[in-house]
Design a protein around this ligand. Sequence first.
Ligand SMILES: Cc1cc2nc3c(=O)[nH]c(=O)nc-3n(C[C@H](O)[C@H](O)[C@H](O)COP(=O)(O)OP(=O)(O)OC[C@H]3O[C@@H](n4cnc5c(N)ncnc54)[C@H](O)[C@@H]3O)c2cc1C
Length: 460
Amino acid sequence: MLETPIAKALASQLRGNLLTRDDPDYDESRAIFNGMFDRRPSMIAQCTGTADVIACVNFAREHGFPLSVKGGGHGVAGKALCDDGLVIDLAPMNGVLVDPEHKTAQVQGGATLGVLDHETQKFGLAVPAGMVSTTGVAGLTLGGGVGHLQRRFGLTADNLIAAHVVTADGSLVRASESDNQDLFWALRGGGGNFGVVTSFEFKLHEVGPEILTARIVHPFDDAREVIQFFRDFMATAPREVGCLCGIIRISPKPPFPEEHHGKLAVALRAMDSRREATEENTPLRELASFGNPILSAVTPMQYTALQTASDAAFPKGSRNYWKAHYLSSLPDEAIDTLLENTGTLPGEFTSFNFETMDGVISEVDQSATAFPHRNAKFNLGIYGAWADESRDGEVIAWVRQLHKAMEPFSTGGAYVNALQGDAGDEFKQAYGDNFERLREIKQRYDPQGLFDAHQRIRVA
Ligand SMILES: Cc1cc2nc3c(=O)[nH]c(=O)nc-3n(C[C@H](O)[C@H](O)[C@H](O)COP(=O)(O)OP(=O)(O)OC[C@H]3O[C@@H](n4cnc5c(N)ncnc54)[C@H](O)[C@@H]3O)c2cc1C
């Protein structure tokens, strides 16, 4: 369907397919996680390797085409797609090569967390990364990357050894502690502003294949005491323990008793990643025995099963509006404010939760990487999610109101990967004190602003 000479010219340089609007696969290829966005690029290049990526970057620069980069397509701001421009779709570049001896993994720029876990767990190894398996490794790592293992091993970006990047002038460069150090610094928290990462090299850690997990659900009426307990428990929990605590709506199916179906609840999802952990010696027991839960289970589980356990709660194509705050502590007053503003938790898939940000994350110097939030103790993520467009106004207003109410407890920073980017200087705030340095590096690697579509850092 490549009718225009310009599309034909680009297609002739690619090994992968180039889709245009008339192509039968066009709509499937532009489907991203957040159903709020219906962007219509002129062309989608399904890149199969670095050569394709270089051809696309050169083409967009030379022809003045808007450009966007799609890794896993989970960016909640929907910037993987651009209207009327060229999309570099990295989905075909999803290979992961594990070196079990040196405990490293080479990961292509379009791989998802599910592929990463599948390959690394074969050897009882893992990269600390996110909690939904369909998320892209690339966007997640470039913003920082948080997940169950973060207290023990740090952010995903903290485990990056090197990256290969196609920069705006079409060159392929390596960024690491010894090559292009400024770019390496910027890639660890500075988002997709500097080029297309074709491959990442990560440090691997011994985790799994089986780990101990806890799943605990309490009635919403007990939320204040449960969140207080979570806060106090995590203050002394060993860093091998990870725990999320949030407000959800109970799904209408087993194992929940019928009388709780559809009701609000406090949910905790925890894990103890020590290989020597048993149901008898794990601190998760303490967490599980608190209060009067509706459900409380401490069970061994495959690490890969834990990593896919939340997938169904985040359906692809649902409408999403997200905001976040970092908090330096979680005083009772903050918990009260949160619960007073929970309201009906509008949206079928809406939730909000706390992640604990201490451990290895907080041992890294604030200026060592572009991720600046090393002093935060908790991340509060507010995830408005619903199916029907007619509810847009209601859910968005609720997210904004809860976010505003929690502002007095915020460090002023927020996780760049949990932002819609629709509120003034939201991204600038997310880069915090590192913003000016990021801007200088942007000027060096992308002076024309070719990679401006996402989490934008404008050049001076
Ligand atoms: C359901 C869900 C669950 C999530 N869970 C977590 C979690 O547990 N932990 C966490 O830290 N985050 C989580 N996130 C947030 C996630 O980190 C971001 O949405 C991230 O942007 C997703 O990356 P992606 O490659 O899938 O996204 P995309 O939408 O493909 O990319 C987002 C942006 O990243 C840039 N980008 C993507 N690939 C490349 C590349 N190869 N080179 C250069 N730039 C690139 C582009 O600028 C693009 O616009 C979650 C998001 C969703 C929707």
